[in-house]
Design a protein around this ligand. Structure first.
Ligand code: FES
Length: 102
């Protein structure tokens, strides 16, 4: 069980082994952006601020290699491997410029 802090939410997600960040968020009733839940639409794009995830297979048009290298993940494909902090890619300055000082 890993704890995942989502910048936009007040509570902390408890993510069981084998569950994705999106599944844990939806189980708690959060309005986490998503559509396909299969790694093909990109709606759940999220910035991984800290921690580590394993990514289940996804379409590279939904998350490009450059985006992955910049720290983005797809919440519907992301299996936490440690406690994590993330931010839904909502167009905010923080999620548009992940390397910029806060
Ligand atoms: S919900 Fe479509 S890529 Fe995650």
């Amino acid at each position: 069980m890993w704890q995942v802090r989502v910048r936009q939410f007040d509570d902390v997600l408890e993510v069981a082994a084998g569950d994705t960040i999106l599944e844990a968020a939806l189980d708690l009733g959060h309005d986490y952006p998503h559509t396909c839940m299969g790694g093909t639409c990109g709606a759940c794009k999220t910035l991984l601020i800290s921690g580590e995830v394993d990514m289940k297979p996804y379409a590279h048009f939904a998350l490009t290699d450059a985006e992955r290298a910049a720290g983005y993940i797809l919440a519907c494909r992301a299996l936490p491997l440690a406690d994590c902090a993330v931010a839904i890619a909502d167009g905010s300055e923080e999620t548009l410029n992940p390397g910029a000082p806060a």
